[in-house]
Design a protein around this ligand. Structure first.
Ligand code: GLN
Length: 554
């Protein structure tokens, strides 16, 4: 094989002082600047929790679950990697403590260790190394960015640092370490403090790994005296200490890093030279064009996103829907339009804290995916209002299921039409599970068993969906246990609902819409289009939704 001899390089990105300072974005940006330099970059994310994947976690706690093409339910940082690097990753690119132990245990059960005692060290870190190398090979990456979740000094991620140490020992010139650390500016003191970072450096060294680069996340820029202090503590050159101040747009960070000379330093540490090739030029040019579009917004629309995961404040809210937010933004950029998003809790419509007539002021309304039984009635109220008042509507996953139920109840006069997820007695099962799901639910076999990952759908001629996609067959990513019940396809259509896309066998509705004679833009999809929206490739559905919202504004 042509590529098998390729020397693959690895950059481990670890956190210092505290988590939640943007390690994923930093790691993605590092990948981006190496792409500019002509290197094929891939990414691996390691989450130190015991959950085997991110699918069983509450988004309020963990943020969005990002589903890969192959259906693996992963951390939202995987979305950052796909968006920044313009790649589609596979399940080898993600691991957790749980998934690694599961691998080791499965190997032991099948005599894979040939009678040896299987120990936490080295067997667990060796399994980590194996997967990282496998991922690099699969993606045929020149450089693989490996982000280790959490911060150095935590009990939880120590085995992953040990894996990194092993890789460094084996090929010192092929592995580099980036410590992304936080530099607080306590208000009582008024100056940037380096001591917590110095301590993190020491903690990192105790695990046997030494930083090659330190990225200092802070509210401001790190000045030279402070860079020198950090350099001294880490035995690095001051050029290896890189500022990462807060930026208005995360997409500007790669350019900031280039300005700091980070690409040159990293290439040097990895014994690599700048490459001038077509791949690097393509990414340099495409990113530049994208960045220009982000700074050229002449119009504005305001979209209401009605969900239920924002009961605990702004931070959590944007974390649970990060792909939806980015998808809306990209669609705006392409149309020189700033997209403002208002987050409305569906509970507020139920409790009377808000009235649906407030929705009049929005140019478009989006209902994203969701799970569970609360906040559903509020969503139905919102759907009814936008349907009757010609407000552009995009429903995603649960948003589509509710659009179908609301339509069946109100327009179809099928008062008892419901989703089985709500478990209401004597209801007409308009939204139900497939046969294959029933035993899974019965046996509480819930992890990684939904309808997941990319599935094809066929679009009907003459529909809005077909106009938007300009194609007959599409492939989109799914994550749901329930479906529109194909038994009712004819009934729904006889009442005027258009089923504009189905699974290739013609059974499962994948997109529903209202005839444009009845409503200017009412469309809902069973899949998650936001997962495929990219800076370099905004998503046609979001583009069309923003276009319709702009038109509605006029
Ligand atoms: N709760 C619904 C289901 O499981 C919708 C899921 C979603 O919106 N992602 O089918």
């Amino acid at each position: 094989m042509k590529h098998s001899k390729k020397k693959r390089k690895y950059i481990f990105v670890v956190g210092g002082v505290m988590s939640g300072v943007g390690k994923g974005i930093t790691a993605s940006s590092i990948g981006k600047i190496l792409q500019f330099n002509g290197y094929k970059v891939s990414a691996v994310k390691i989450d130190p929790y015991v959950n085997v994947d991110a699918g069983t976690m509450n988004p309020v706690e963990h943020g969005e679950t990002f589903v890969l093409e192959d259906g693996y339910e992963t951390d939202q940082d995987m979305g950052n990697y796909e968006r920044f690097l313009n790649v589609s990753l596979t399940r080898n690119s993600y691991m957790t403590t749980g998934s690694i132990y599961q691998k080791v245990i499965n190997k032991e059960r099948s005599l894979g260790y040939r009678g040896k005692t299987v120990s936490v060290v080295p067997h667990v870190p060796l399994a980590v190394v194996e997967q990282i190398q496998e991922s690099a090979k699969n993606e045929d990456a020149d450089i693989t960015i490996v982000e280790i979740g959490g911060t150095v000094g935590e009990y939880e991620n120590i085995l992953f640092l040990e894996a990194a140490r092993m890789m460094k020992r084996q090929n010192p010139h092929d592995v580099a370490f980036v410590l992304v650390s936080y530099l607080p500016i306590p208000s009582a003191v008024g100056e940037m403090k380096t001591k917590p970072t110095q301590q993190s450096i020491r903690t990192m060294q105790e695990s046997g790994v030494f930083p090659d680069i330190i990225v200092g996340r802070a509210d401001g820029i790190i000045d030279i005296p402070r860079k020198l202090k950090i350099a001294n503590a880490s035995m690095l050159h001051k050029q290896d200490i890189v500022s990462a101040p807060n930026m208005k747009s995360i997409y500007d960070i790669p350019y900031y890093f280039i300005q700091e000379g980070l690409d040159n330093r990293l290439l040097k540490k990895l014994d690599l030279k700048k490459r001038n090739n077509e791949f690097g030029n393509f990414h340099t040019k495409a990113w530049k064009k994208f960045i220009q579009s982000t700074k050229n917004q002449k119009k504005e629309v305001t979209i209401a996103v009605v969900g239920k995961y924002f009961d605990t404040g702004d931070f959590v809210l944007s974390d649970a829907y990060v792909s939806v937010i980015e998808a809306l933004k990209y669609a705006g950029y392409g149309q020189k339009t700033k997209v403002n998003i208002d987050w409305l809790s569906s509970h507020d419509f139920e409790s009377g804290k808000r009235t649906v007539t407030e929705l009049k002021k929005y140019h478009g309304v989006l209902i994203p995916g969701g799970f569970g039984n609360t906040g559903i009635d509020g969503k139905d109220m919102v759907i009814k209002y936008v349907r009757k008042n010609n407000i552009p509507f995009l429903g995603i996953c649960l948003g589509m299921q509710r659009a179908a139920v609301e339509f069946a109840q109100s327009v179809g006069k099928l008062q008892h039409a419901e989703s089985d997820e709500r478990n209401i007695k004597n209801s007409i099962p308009l939204v139900t599970t497939m046969e294959s799901q029933k035993t899974k639910i019965k046996n509480a076999n819930m992890g990684g068993t939904m309808r997941l990952g990319s599935h094809a759908a066929v679009l009907k001629k003459g529909t809005l969906a077909r106009k938007i996609y300009k194609r007959e067959t599409i492939s989109e990513r799914h994550r749901h246990r329930y479906e529109l019940n194909p038994k009712f396809n004819d009934l729904l259509q006889s009442k005027g609902m258009v089923i504009s896309a189905t699974s290739p066998d013609g059974q499962l509705p994948e997109i529903i819409e209202l005839d444009q004679k009845l409503h200017p833009f009412f469309i809902a999809v069973q899949f998650h289009p936001e997962l495929q929206a990219r800076p370099l490739n905004s998503h046609p559905l979001f583009n069309a939704f923003i276009k319709a919202s702009l038109k509605n504004k006029k």
